[in-house]
Ligand binder design. Structure first.
Ligand SMILES: *Cc1c(COP(=O)(O)O)cnc(C)c1O
Length: 220
């Protein structure tokens, strides 16, 4: 099997599962944005995916994202941990940031971004900081800041299911957080949740954006 055939087959499988999960939550495939997380994989894989019609790619490291975005024109997403000294660069190549969880980082984005960004706020589902994310109080403060921006768009929330807990319970908790959040921030209806191991569950709980790497590209 060539790399093209392998990616083709995996992509088709993931898309079919997305369609089925969307249908289970009263939606359609087109309501779900598939972001293929290409971190650690070579640019040749990004080119294959692009040929297969993928236009949303995710990276976790600034340097890798900058390199790949310069080589393949697409919508580039960043979902890694944000470091202050990398923000300026990050804002030069990415179009969507999924992992904002600090007000001081947004202040740097406001100062350094040359083009408008779509922003998801990462919320912590276990209060612990090990997988990133703001607690509820910080989240609302941060959302008010982003919403007040003249330039950037508050898209919604992002979360990663805590490793130690039941995924379905975590995503139910996320769905509640989101419905309260939308009551206050009416335009921020997107929900970035779900990775290779749990995207079907995430879609059933309302995810609009799934970030999938290994199910399409293989193990890292
Ligand atoms: C790596 C990563 C993904 C993709 O993970 P897979 O398990 O390979 O699908 C999604 N979201 C975040 C935040 C990641 O770091």
């Amino acid at each position: 099997m060539t790399r093209f055939d392998e990616i083709f087959a995996n992509l088709a499988d993931v898309k079919e599962r997305i369609g089925k999960s969307a249908a289970r939550s009263g939606r359609e495939s087109k309501d779900i944005t598939l972001i293929v997380v290409t971190k650690t994989f070579p640019i040749s894989d990004v080119e294959i995916l692009k040929q297969l019609g993928v236009n949303d790619f995710g990276e976790n490291r600034d340097a890798d994202g900058a390199f790949k975005a310069a080589s393949v024109a697409a919508q580039w997403h960043f979902q890694g941990q944000i470091q202050s000294n990398k923000i300026k660069s990050l804002c030069s190549w990415s179009h969507v940031i999924h992992s904002l969880d600090e007000a001081r980082h947004f202040e740097i984005i406001e100062k350094s971004a040359l083009h408008p960004l779509q922003i998801f706020l990462q919320v912590s589902l276990d209060g612990a900081k090990n997988r990133g994310g703001a607690d509820i109080e910080k989240l609302y403060h941060l959302a008010a800041l982003v919403q007040a921006s003249q330039k950037h768009q508050l898209k919604g929330l992002m979360a990663v299911a805590p490793l130690a807990s039941n995924t379905s319970e975590s995503f139910s908790q996320l769905a509640k957080i989101r419905s309260n959040f939308i009551a206050e921030f009416a335009g921020a209806t997107s929900l970035s949740a779900g990775m290779s191991g749990d995207y079907e569950e995430a879609i059933i709980h309302g995810a609009t954006h799934v970030r999938i790497g290994s199910s399409i590209l293989g193990s890292r």
